[in-house]
Design a protein around this ligand. Structure first.
Ligand code: UD1
Ligand code: CA
Length: 476
């Protein structure tokens, strides 16, 4: 059967107190409404209409072409919002799933089960029901004698008795498409908020003799609607644990899931171990048998099998198989490490390729560079890439050796197998197999250290005795 979807995303979300439209607030790095649309796709929903209003352009930009859009100029309520999809969908036969854009935790499994129950039961509506100890602010489910649903009453319209009901409307529904739009035409705004409530279609369908049933969630967190920042943090935490659990199920060791932050789009291979304080963001992919963390932030980067990243920050970087990064390294955009590369502590790499087997073990800056295979860059090596106006390239060929505390003033090339002596400031290319030395020649002055120390000692003593004399004369 034809399954369509409507996502309500037109509200501003006043309670968020934000410049960003509510449904665009990210949960684990992904806008809430994107979670909802991805879930609809995973549950096999075909045509999707997103109802947009506040921030319509931003919402469309976030969701792209995978859906159709209906404009709700004025936010007159959830029932009014669904009617905005009428001109697009009213001609269709089938099931229409309606989901609010602020409920990011609904799962594909629940939606699939709901659709299946709806399909086989002949109900006009099937809605997601949860039982909350604290149902404050939510629509209450008024049950019928036979265990089906009689109606939904919004909290502001509840009697004292209704308010004590703990069964709530989670805001996810399956409708018979034709019956949905027929019922919506009868919804009025005769209520405490003067809004056209979608929830009113339930009692309208009941009055028409239709069946309306609830589907209970096994997991209450699915029913979480994000109206403010407190709920946003709850959603973030629940989603984070869910993401972490799925990685663990796939064979990833996460030492402390409560202290590990993995965004929704990240891929991780089996037998990788993630230590606490690790943040994996964006389009990051991590291979198998890696060791990541503790305390590392990796965004939009790709880490190959067997690599390790400890106490480091990576952004748009590529790390090759078995490479080791950190502790305290910073890989910036365009850093590309080959196989078995070692990048150690206090090393910054930007827009530079470090080829297989090369080492940058400590205290170095490598920017705008091509470093060949089996190169060793000593402690304190700096590619001097910027003259205040332009960036210039440094090329270091295979098997070169750069001694500690060397400045390589770009543009410059260190040839294959060449040797740069420690402390050099290299301004000219070094041909292959040559040795470059570019530093002041050392000279030793025999005995000078002793003489200098004696002179300084004497000067200090005579200053002390002068001071003593001065204070005696003032005492007298
Ligand atoms: C709604 C339900 C309530 C349910 C709760 C679950 C109604 C009347 N109430 O209340 O029964 O328990 O969700 O979380 O449906 N929106 C529009 N256009 C509008 C109004 C809202 O697009 O004119 C969108 C909002 O952007 C939001 C969603 O619909 O994403 C839900 O609206 P919201 O105001 O958050 O409804 P609740 O008060 O949470
Ligand atoms: Ca809400």
């Amino acid at each position: 059967m034809n399954v369509m979807g409507i996502v309500l995303a037109a509200g501003m979300g006043k309670r968020m107190k934000s410049k960003l439209y509510k449904v665009l607030h990210p949960v684990c790095g992904k806008p809430m409404v994107r979670h909802v649309v991805d879930t609809l796709n995973a549950a096999g929903v075909g045509r999707k209409v997103i109802v947009v209003g506040h921030g319509a352009e931003a919402v469309q930009a976030a969701l792209g072409n995978g859906a159709e859009y209906a404009m709700q100029e004025q936010q007159l309520g959830t029932g009014h919002a669904v009617r905005m999809a009428e001109s697009l969908l009213s001609g269709e036969e089938g099931i229409t799933v309606v989901v609010y854009g602020d409920t990011p935790l609904i799962t594909p499994e629940t939606l699939t089960n709901m659709i299946e129950l709806h399909r086989t039961s002949g109900a006009a509506a099937t809605l997601l029901v949860a039982r909350f100890d604290d149902p404050t602010g939510l629509g209450r489910i008024i049950g019928a004698e036979d265990g089906t649903v009689e109606c939904i009453v919004e909290e502001k319209d509840c009697s004292a008795e209704q308010r004590s009901i703990k069964d709530i409307n989670a805001g996810t529904y399956c409708f018979d498409n034709k019956k949905l739009f027929a019922a919506l035409a009868q919804v009025t705004n005769n209520n405490a908020q003067n809004e056209y409530y979608l929830t009113d279609v339930i009692s309208i369908m009941r009055s028409a003799g239709e069946k309306v049933q609830g589907y209970r969630t096994k997991d209450n967190s699915e029913a979480l609607g994000v109206n403010d920042r407190v709920a946003l943090s709850e959603a973030e935490q629940l989603m984070r644990l869910r993401i972490n659990r799925s990685h663990m199920t796939n064979g990833v060791t996460i030492i402390d899931p409560a202290a590990t932050y993995i965004e929704a789009g990240v891929a991780i291979g089996a037998d990788t171990v993630i230590y606490p304080g690790t943040v994996l963001r964006g389009a990051t992919s991590i291979g198998s048998d890696c060791v990541i963390g503790p305390n590392s932030e990796i965004a939009d980067s790709s880490i190959a099998n067997g690599a390790s990243v400890k106490q480091s920050v990576l952004n748009c970087a590529v790390v090759g198989p078995r490479a080791s990064v950190g502790p305290f390294a910073h890989l910036r955009p365009g850093a590309r490490l080959g196989e078995d590369v070692k990048v150690g502590d206090f090393v910054e790499i930007k827009n530079a390729v470090i080829d297989n087997g090369s080492k940058v073990p400590h205290l170095a800056y490598v920017g705008d560079a091509k470093v060949g295979k089996n190169v060793n860059l000593g402690c304190g090596t700096i590619t001097v890439n910027y003259d205040g106006f332009d960036k210039h390239e440094t090329v270091i060929e295979d098997e070169a050796f750069v001694g500690s505390n060397s400045n390589l003033i770009a543009p410059v090339r260190i040839g294959k197998g060449a040797y740069v002596v420690a402390g050099s400031t290299i301004t000219k290319d070094v041909p292959a197999d040559d040795l470059a030395i570019a530093r002041e020649r050392q000279s030793n002055k025999p005995g000078y250290a002793r003489m200098l120390k004696e002179r300084l000692k004497k000067a200090k003593e005579s200053a002390r005795s002068d001071n003593a004399k001065r204070s005696e004369s003032t005492d007298a």
